[in-house]
Design a protein around this ligand. Structure first.
Ligand code: HXC
Ligand code: NAP
Length: 284
């Protein structure tokens, strides 16, 4: 899909890059010539991803354990990366989420998700941003949100995530304006459901729910990590240099189907049902 040197010479940090979509983006960036840093909380997960991707792609990848909620840990992680040279690309992908009725959430539960998704993104973005601005260096930030933030619909049962992702979306658009004139682009991707262990074990824990979820998608399938990674490569590349402040939805049309009034008919009506709606032919 891309020239193999699309990201040659670029240095990228992907938070939560040890698993799922972060790992898929790390692989794609390496294949396209970038040097990649990944971070997350679990050292062993990061190390195993590092080893796997280094041998699969032959690219340069480093891993640092870092909890994005902790300002001091973020500062230390970014300082270690900058010791090798400044980053060109930051992908805020790390997230926490689970299904729960909102009335059951403790203050700690809210803090856990808001801390990772919203504050983690703010911590990483401001830490890198201050350095880029001081160095007058062009750079690009890509945030991974979710369609329940970008469609304006919100979502029950994942409310800490919905409010956090909406905040990340506001951060994306606000800083695209504030920092754009100083060479920093800021965009986001809003994916629909893409099977990963981290997301599906927490959010689609029963097989029957997967069927319901697929019926909500016009293309009648989930997205793939590779499709997400391709979009993520394009958006951080110089080829997308004029795209700034955009939230790109990648969901097979799911939220549009949910937004329309009668779209559910597509998976509830049979051919026989539709025949009954056809006008009856007048005699003579
Ligand atoms: C209610 C819960 C809970 C649950 C945890 N808590 N799970 N409350 N229902 N299912 C509460 C705990 O009781 C605790 O509250 C507080 O949250 C913190 O819990 P810990 O387990 O101590 O937190 P921690 O170890 O920091 O783990 C954070 C986490 C966990 C968010 C709870 O799930 C995690 O590490 N997730 C990372 C990966 C992930 O979530 N990936 C999915 C991303 S998918 P108290 O009051 O006791 O302190 C996604 C978008 C999907 O984001 C969109 C699909 C379309
Ligand atoms: P995942 O595999 O669970 O990824 C989450 C990653 O975040 C993990 O690697 C995790 O590693 C890391 N992380 C969590 N808390 C952290 C913290 N405090 N500090 C640093 N790293 C932390 O799930 P995924 O499906 O790939 O999700 C990736 C992104 O896509 C998320 O932003 C998610 O909201 C978004 N998304 C996913 C889907 C989907 O259907 N898969 C849909 C829409 C949006 P550790 O646990 O080791 O820290």
């Amino acid at each position: 899909m891309f020239a193999s040197d699309l990201l040659q010479g670029k240095r990228a940090l992907i938070t939560g890059g040890g698993t799922g979509l972060g790992k898929a983006m790390a692989r794609r960036y390496l294949e396209l010539g970038a040097s990649v840093y990944i971070c997350g909380r679990r050292e062993h997960v990061l190390q195993s991803t590092c080893n796997e991707l280094a041998s699969a792609t032959g690219g340069e990848i480093h891993a640092y354990s870092c909890d994005v909620r902790e300002v001091a840990a973020v500062e230390e992680c970014i300082a270690r990366i900058w010791n090798d040279g400044p980053l060109d690309i930051l992908v805020n992908n790390a997230a926490g989420n689970f299904l729960a009725r909102t009335e059951d959430l403790s203050a700690g539960a809210w803090q856990a998700v808001i801390g990772i998704v919203l504050m983690g993104t703010i911590n990483m973005t401001t830490c890198c941003g201050r350095r880029w601005l001081a160095e007058k260096k062009s750079a690009v930030v890509l945030n991974i949100v979710a369609t329940y933030a970008s469609s304006g619909s919100g979502s029950g049962y994942v409310v800490p995530s919905a409010v956090s992702k909406a905040g990340v979306q506001a951060l994306t658009r606000s800083l695209a304006v504030e920092w754009g004139s100083r060479g920093i682009r800021m965009n986001a991707i809003a994916p629909g459901p893409i099977p990963t262990e981290g997301a599906f074990s927490r959010l689609l824990p029963k097989k029957e729910l997967e069927r319901l979820a697929i019926d909500r998608i016009p293309l009648r399938r989930f997205g793939t990590p590779e499709e997400l990674a391709n979009l993520a490569a394009f958006l951080v590349s110089d080829g997308a240099a004029y795209i700034n402040g955009e939230i790109v939805t990648m969901d097979g049309g799911e939220w549009l189907q949910g937004a329309g009034e009668f779209n559910y008919l597509g998976y509830t009506m049979t051919d026989v049902d539709w025949e009954k709606f056809k006008p009856t032919k007048k005699k003579g």
